[in-house]
Design a protein around this ligand. Sequence first.
Ligand code: NAD
Length: 427
Amino acid sequence: MMDRVRTAVIGLGKVAETIHLPACLLVDQIALIAGCEPDAQRRELMRAKFGIANVYEDANTLIEKEKPELVIIGTPPDSHRDLSILCLQNGADVLCEKPFAMSLAETDDIIEAARQFDRVVSVNNQYRYMNQYGVTKEMLAAGDLGNLFFLQCWQQMYYPPTLEKTSWRNSLKQSTLFEFGSHPLDLICHFFDALPESVHAVIPQLGDKYDADVLVQMTLRFPGERLATIALNRVSRAPERYLEMRLDCEKASVRISLGGIARAGLELTRNRGRHYPRMRISLVKGGEARLESEGTSRVIAREPQPAFASATAAHLRKMIEMRRSGKINYEGIGRAQQILRIIFAGYESAKTGQVIRLDSFPAPAKKQAVSAPTASASAIASGSVSGSGSESFSAPSSSSAPSSSSAPSSATASTSANSQSFLAPPG
Ligand SMILES: NC(=O)c1ccc[n+]([C@@H]2O[C@H](COP(=O)([O-])OP(=O)(O)OC[C@H]3O[C@@H](n4cnc5c(N)ncnc54)[C@H](O)[C@@H]3O)[C@@H](O)[C@H]2O)c1
């Protein structure tokens, strides 16, 4: 049997506890050797709970003493660039949490380091490894569903950032699309097997109560006149739906739920002029996918339990397979970078009211923008950069090609197309 991969986890917070550490225990090829966390109480708690052999206060000491081959980074996004580069430079492959980084320039730096040191690097958009999405993708790829031409995706819950317990999260002004959006966007691009040509987003400022992007509506145009819409609503009083999707394909539709369903019903559906009674029973904690066509609906995939950790385990296995095959490619990480580009394009669209073409975003920095101050990552994480939907996170680089150059932000204008209150009574 091959030696197990010496694996460490940086950041022993919530995602480590619920996803990374359980995922490590699910992967036979992994030996969990160490962790690091500045909060002493948290460090000790995770060490005891998961039997981590050695824990450290900081990443430098961990890397120096343990020399891990694989590191999982579960810290807030403003530290992803520096920690990823530290690990890559010191001989470790990296699974970094989403959001990938604070700017496209930072992602360029990480990818460049991975190439330079011949390391595997990936971003943990793990949903595609869940059963309901995997089965759907297989059916699409096999041609069983015909061409996918329209995808709707939505989330509804009452969970504005102000309810978040972590200070870094509840101070994010651009929160929902940046912090959660990469999951649905990764799935959508995976299903279309393409990147969108253009993006249009509306991110209303819902009064003074929520100083963040708690409501995001986005339309994505894909090549071949195909369309996707995303609606993320963090202030909905309706029953929580963590992530819902409908894929309309030429031969059938697929309805996918993530985050638990308990539904029983008898409904009368109409199809080509005829009525059909339809019985539906769904009871799963993790989610399911249903094939819907000609008035019928049948389950094609179930995820009995929430699969956030097991999907991450599948992702880790894939990374280890790539490392062991010796055939490292940077397609996956390039796609993760493009997902972040779509997110920034969404904020830009919400700010300007324009449809943003991805092939020309971000636009080369304008002359007057060169002297404009660029928000630092730490300033953004601490919430000192404000204005939901009205400012970009940081300076996106002027090109999507890996390069270490960082262009100044051209998006520092303070005017917002989205400052009207949508909660105001209709005039
Ligand atoms: N893929 C997923 O499904 C998923 C789910 C939840 C969170 N996340 C992502 O994981 C990241 C962390 O989220 P969280 O909810 O665990 O946050 P958290 O605040 O609960 O945990 C982060 C931990 O990192 C520690 N930390 C901060 N800087 C560090 C450093 N330089 N070195 C070592 N430790 C450091 C903090 O003390 C904290 O304990 C975020 O990027 C978030 O978006 C991903």
